[in-house]
Design a protein around this ligand. Structure first.
Ligand SMILES: Cc1cc2nc3c(=O)[nH]c(=O)nc-3n(C[C@H](O)[C@H](O)[C@H](O)COP(=O)(O)OP(=O)(O)OC[C@H]3O[C@@H](n4cnc5c(N)ncnc54)[C@H](O)[C@@H]3O)c2cc1C
Length: 597
């Protein structure tokens, strides 16, 4: 069987059996939808991903988008894919009808996009960036900006980018220098250089709108002086589109994501780059968080997609590659067995399954929080979901990226020597996956966001809500008859997170911020391991319920129980070690001096 990219049965299981996503249709915004419309969207996405996007992946990886003269030429396949991607209706899928959207739940679009990303992540990247950029203008732009820029972006006629990073301002956006001088004509004159801007130039659409961070002349220093601008590649003059003094200064040669260029971009080399302020001056970073948070969830889904396609490939390979014999086989003339018969290969496959399906469960859960935060009828429900969305976003992003990379490396390992060659795809997916722990904030930045802000904000309100969610899952698992030791392990893990956070929070309150955050990456690892254990317990509970009810599909549900057991018994116990590091503040890297390396 061809690689399914993402297992359909697992998507259905999560969407309808674990999370009952069809209940979202009780929200007025989704009243026109039903399980039938969700399924239709998913069916289209699967077919498109498997039949159209996947065949273009390898050619696009082998011949990256490149600088030709002063602009980027994308792969010819990308030019053909783009209008078809737009036709899929994903640019504005979650947006309201008034702006041309379909008011689809995030959770459905995330899953539809998951198939596309697993097939050809760069191609889908243009759509995700355009959608996020247009949504910023929709949320904070003037009516004029919406008519001029948002509408063609949502229609897919123009694309959008997220232009934050500068040579001296990557993790530290406080140091953004791009300058903007007000004019009497309502626009600003912008000067500055951005780096790594994905989709920053292309020869597919007539225009590109950069949603860029910059500083208005005289703005206060630091993050509170950063504003958001919409800067088109071409601006409108007397009805025509004319060049806007935006220049591609070069394309980065990348190890992955080769179908979408990441470029150095110069604004205002000729002193004539017009930018339009989005929202109020000096509030740019708070607006940009809307796009960054959406993008972080998508990066997490991307990481899951990339791990998933590789998991499915290695599963297929392990079932068909004959090599060696069982340990107990005495007869060298006996036929070789498929490598899936070897215990260590099954260990690697089960680890991949546990990572991919555990992360996807968390991704679906988090996308549901996003839908509830946006559209639940009561402010209390919306607030609760918002806090949970906020705390889970760095985890979905970083856990999926870090463990996804490990999972992708296992796919290479399962392919043996062939996995190391470019004849097979696992090495390409491994290269693609590495980016996910770097862009949209490195893992370290997310660990500091989680421990330094998210878990301690509002006297730990969000953390308390996570505790409530876990308690509901343990109750369900107990009632379903899940092994009592598994349930107790998750209960204990949740208590450990609470205690540890109090200890570390107290260090912060005492002004010892360095000590609090010294092991923030270990804390993120620990926290992620626990929330994924929660997700596995939830899946185990549903599997048990189904098996007890004689629902059939024994292989599917037993597989779920094995993966849950794997996570709870082999991965969850690591948290004691991680907690020890955080508590004792193990000091090797705090102490070692620059010259001692
Ligand atoms: C292929 C690609 C596509 C990208 N696309 C875009 C895009 O479309 N738009 C955009 O704006 N940007 C984009 N980026 C930029 C990306 O977001 C940055 O590369 C990322 O935020 C890291 O910034 P940096 O590269 O300057 O690394 P640095 O910030 O210099 O970080 C280097 C290392 O130091 C660590 N570090 C930095 N500061 C601290 C600290 N205070 N404490 C502890 N550790 C620290 C980091 O964790 C990292 O390990 C892209 C990057 C790549 C590679």
């Amino acid at each position: 069987m061809a690689n399914p990219l993402v297992a359909d049965r697992n998507v259905e299981f999560l969407l309808y059996e674990v999370f009952r996503a069809e209940e979202l249709c009780r929200f007025p915004a989704y009243a026109d939808h039903s399980r039938e419309t969700f399924d239709l969207v998913l069916q289209n996405a699967r077919k498109f991903a498997r039949e159209v996007l996947l065949p273009a992946y390898k050619p696009m990886d082998e011949a990256p988008a490149r600088l030709v003269g002063t602009g980027i030429a994308v792969h010819p396949a990308m030019k053909q894919l783009y209008p078809k991607l737009v036709e899929q209706g994903m640019v504005a899928a979650t947006r309201p009808y008034e702006v041309g959207g379909q008011q689809l739940p995030h959770v459905v679009t995330c899953l539809a996009t998951l198939y596309g990303m697993a097939a050809n992540l760069s191609a889908v990247g243009y759509i995700g960036l355009t959608s996020g950029a247009a949504h910023l203008i929709e949320a904070f732009g003037t009516d004029a900006l919406k008519a001029e820029m948002m509408a063609p972006m949502y229609a897919g006629k123009w694309t959008g980018t997220m232009a934050l990073t500068e040579p001296q301002a990557g993790s530290s956006l406080t140091d953004v220098k791009t300058a903007a001088t007000p004019t009497d004509a309502g626009h600003y004159l912008v000067r500055g250089s951005k780096v790594f801007i994905s989709g920053g130039d292309q020869d597919i659409t007539e225009n590109i709108v950069h949603l860029a961070l910059g500083r208005i002349d005289g703005a206060p220093p630091g993050i509170k002086g950063v504003s958001l601008f919409a800067i088109p590649k071409k601006r409108r003059e007397k009805g025509d589109l004319v060049p806007n003094d935006v220049h591609c200064a070069g394309a980065f040669h990348k190890m992955g994501w080769r179908g979408i260029p990441s470029i150095a971009l110069n604004f205002g080399e000729g002193g004539d780059c017009h930018g339009w302020l989005v929202g109020e001056p000096n509030r740019g970073i708070s607006y940009m968080f809307q796009m960054m948070n959406e993008a972080r969830l998508m990066v997490g889904m991307n990481a899951i997609a990339t791990a998933s396609v590789a998991y499915n490939e290695s599963l297929e390979y392990a079932r068909t590659r004959p090599q060696g014999r069982p340990l107990s086989a005495k007869n060298p003339a006996a036929p070789q067995v498929p490598i899936i018969e070897h215990a260590d290969v099954r260990r690697m496959l089960l680890r991949q399954k546990a990572i991919v399906e555990g992360a996807l469960s968390l991704g679906v859960q988090t996308a549901l929080y996003a839908d509830t935060a946006a559209h639940a009828p009561t402010p209390e429900e919306r607030r609760r979901a918002f806090l949970l969305l906020e705390i889970m976003t760095p985890i979905v992003k970083s856990f999926s990226a870090e463990k996804g990379f490990e999972s992708n490396a296992l796919a290479v390992q399962i392919h043996g020597g062939y996995g190391y060659t470019s004849e097979y795809l696992p090495e390409a997916w491994l290269r693609d996956q590495k980016l996910n722990s770097i862009h949209e904030g490195t893992t370290c930045m997310h660990s500091m966001d989680l421990l330094g802000r998210k878990v301690v904000a509002d006297q730990g309100k969000a953390l308390q809500l996570v505790g409530d969610e876990i308690a509901a899952a343990t109750k369900r698992a107990r009632a379903a008859g899940v092994d009592a030791d598994w349930v107790a392990a998750v209960d204990r893990a949740a208590a450990l997170v609470g205690d540890l956070t109090l200890t570390l929070g107290a260090l912060g309150m005492a002004g010892k911020v360095d000590a609090m955050l010294l092991h923030s990456v270990d804390y993120l690892d620990l926290f992620s391991t626990v929330v994924v254990a929660w997700q596995w317990l939830l899946q185990a509970a549903v599997a048990k319920e189904k098996l007890s009810a004689g629902a059939g599909e024994t292989a599917f549900y037993e597989g779920k129980l094995c993966a849950a057991e794997y996570w709870l018994k082999t991965e969850l116990p690591r948290i004691d070690h991680l907690a020890h590091l955080c508590r004792t503040g193990e000091t090797s890297y705090a102490r070692i001096e620059n010259a001692w390396f």
